[in-house]
Design a protein around this ligand. Sequence first.
Ligand SMILES: CC(C)(COP(=O)(O)OP(=O)(O)OC[C@H]1O[C@@H](n2cnc3c(N)ncnc32)[C@H](O)[C@@H]1OP(=O)(O)O)[C@@H](O)C(=O)NCCC(=O)NCCS
Length: 333
Amino acid sequence: MRTPTPSVYIRGMGVYMPERRLTNADLERLVETSDEWIRTRTGMVERRIAAPEDSTSDLGTRAAEKAIVDAGISKEDIDLVIVATVTADQTFPSTACKIQAKLGLRTDIPAFDMIAACSGFVYMMQVANHMLRAGDYKNVLIITAEKLSSIVNWEDRSTCVLFGDGAAAFVLTKCNEPYVGILGNILGADGSQGDLLTLPAGGSMNPASYETVRNKEHCLTMAGNQVFKIAVRTMSECCVRLLEKCNVTADQIKWVIPHQANMRIVDAVARQIKVPLEKFCINIEKTGNTSACSIPICMEETYRAGKIQPGDLVLLTAFGGGFTWGATLIRWK
Ligand SMILES: CC(C)(COP(=O)(O)OP(=O)(O)OC[C@H]1O[C@@H](n2cnc3c(N)ncnc32)[C@H](O)[C@@H]1OP(=O)(O)O)[C@@H](O)C(=O)NCCC(=O)NCCS
């Protein structure tokens, strides 16, 4: 298979994880749960919690600074900023505009947010890929940043044990080498089931009121059991379709980097797409579910550990609120 040039590849990566660790033992003191339940039902052991004074744009800015240095370019070389988050600092101005200002980037470049919840990274990869291929851009800064601790209901044991904070940033760049970088991408969405995983209040449909605050409607809610089954099906289906589309067989894949929502979801996807679990990169025990950040945080960690080499085929897949889902195939440059 040949991708038409220009190709779009990952030139630099940066991750920022907050210092504070929230362990399963800490959660046992907050709600009626147990370390044993959380480990066996989710695979999670601890997650990071951002400092109260840090907003999502602070987390994203720190990750972005590292990514720009890692890419070996200067801030002036960035010509587009996209941020995927469900915990924007505010509805507007966008978190992308805030990060642009905090980094001191040029002002003759666009900056915008996009919402695809936990699928935000694979959605953003596709948007950046096409904007780079079609447009005048050379270096695009894509950032995922989440302060999920700010929208978690700390009295709801079915959700509060699952989520953590973090940020990751990648610099994507155009090059003329064929068949490297992003080889293909498949995305999907089903808005008809959106209420199964949602932040009920605060928007135009249900504006903030004393009642919405009292009822904790500014916190996320999830019908975990139903979400679980749809996540397994959609992630598996889009991986299989993407491999077919790219004319790649499952055994050619070096690594699969899945969204880290639940270890049992990862297990089930591995069985469905017939890729051994040993090829799946997992860091869920340390991070919990960091929404759009989970794939890039895990990818950066896998790369820094020396496990991803030039030429390796890496498959990413995610599922999230919306519902949204997707898969991306990368040949490492
Ligand atoms: C949330 C999730 C871990 C729950 O696991 P589950 O096996 O489906 O558990 P259930 O929701 O069926 O609940 C089973 C029991 O555990 C209990 N339970 C739920 N959370 C608990 C906790 N933290 N500690 C102890 N017990 C808990 C429930 O109350 C229920 O008890 P009951 O049988 O007495 O009613 C799982 O459904 C999941 O991961 N869902 C998908 C999440 C996801 O993919 N998100 C992706 C988008 S971000």
